[in-house]
Ligand binder design. Structure first.
Ligand code: AHM
Ligand code: MG
Length: 333
């Protein structure tokens, strides 16, 4: 008999059935995140039109709209998740403190972290942006969420994913048993399984660093990038969008390395450990790649602060291993 297409709901249900003890709580969380992201996707697609309308009225909404979309996305994520009774608390890149579940809603055993709209400075030039999320089990008794629930290493993650608002909207997700990609069919409003069991190449031809920071890097990092440039037998090409989800997604499918190392101005780099680095590190490892801060695997770092930054070198094993060797001074070009 014909099986039919697999939408996200069916995929989650079939995964849930593999675990007889599963309650469905987790499935509901992912479905609600997907719902919020569909709403965000619609709004992101409208951003260009809103700007035209703004200009026609001679209103300078340029910067404002951008900021509003960040705030809007944050609100949509919170609204989709706060009432379902499955969460103990939430953490967002947009909020200084953890987000508590309102008293009038029941609480559950999970915590969710997210960057509701990453790369939002790219909205006004129509470049792809994304939402990043991850799910942990709460480690507190969860009368109300506490920071300790969020200060867990990525090894404790239950699931992580992202939604890319690109030429199409895609949700890429793992619950620790492989990475799958779902493309949003806008006509029916469903995420359909389009990229099954994504495995990233062992090495690639792409390196993605913001080379404008070159003069502020340590000699080791400079050497590494010079080495990639000079490896004529491999013929690397530089690709840097400046939108983490988009840069990550391209490299996940094609192979290569994305790097945002620390520099003399920002020793810990720019990216956030909890909301950006750990979720993407979990995905890349599930796809056969790896992520490091130069010394440690990103998944082994226990966050000390909610908004802690970290250097992030993430991608195919060959390029990330090479980076680690350069940092130890083991190799030179
Ligand atoms: P944001 O969270 O304020 O949007 O910043 C994160 C973004 C990432 O998407 C991207 O990888 C990085 O900033 C680019 O930074 P830079 O412009 O310094 O290269
Ligand atoms: Mg961000």
């Amino acid at each position: 008999m014909e099986v039919g297409v697999t939408n996200l709901g069916r995929y989650l249900l079939e995964e849930q059935r593999k675990h007889p003890q599963a309650t469905g709580d987790f499935t509901l969380i992912i479905e609600q995140i997907a719902f919020a992201c569909k709403v965000i996707s619609r709004e992101v697609n409208k951003a260009g039109i809103v700007n035209i309308l703004g200009k026609a009225k001679n209103v300078n909404v340029h910067g404002e709209e951008q900021q509003k979309l960040d705030v809007y996305s944050n609100r949509k994520m919170i609204q989709a998740l706060d009432h379902i009774g499955k969460l103990c608390a939430m953490g967002s890149e947009e909020d200084e403190e953890i987000i508590r579940i309102p008293d009038h809603y029941p609480k559950g055993k999970y915590v969710v972290v997210f960057d509701p709209l990453d790369g939002s400075s790219n909205i006004d030039v129509n470049i792809s942006i994304g939402t990043i999320f991850a799910v942990y089990r709460s480690i507190s008794s969860c009368k109300e969420g506490v920071e300790e629930d969020f200060k867990q290493s990525g090894r404790n993650l239950v699931a992580a994913g992202y939604v890319l608002y690109g030429s199409s909207t895609m949700l890429v997700y793992t619950a620790g048993n492989g990475v799958n990609g779902f493309t949003l069919d806008p006509n029916i409003g469903e995420f359909l399984l389009s990229h099954e069991n994504i495995k990233m190449p062992e090495s690639g031809k792409i390196y993605s660093f913001n080379e404008a920071n070159y003069n502020r890097w340590t000699p080791e990092i400079q050497n590494y990038v010079n080495c990639l440039r000079n490896m004529t037998e491999r013929q690397y090409t530089g690709r840097y969008i400046g939108s983490l989800v988009a840069d990550f997604h391209r490299n996940l499918l094609k192979g290569g390395v994305f790097g945002y190392p620390g520099d003399s101005k920002n020793p810990k780099g720019k990216l956030r450990l909890l909301y950006e680095a750990i979720p993407l590190a979990f995905i890349i490892e599930q796809a056969g790649g790896q992520a490091t801060d130069g010394e440690q695997n990103i998944l082994d770092i226990v966050p000390e602060e909610l908004h802690q930054r970290t250097p992030l070198i993430i991608g195919s094993n060959y390029e990330v291993d090479l980076y680690k060797q350069y940092m130890k001074g083991e190799v030179k070009c």
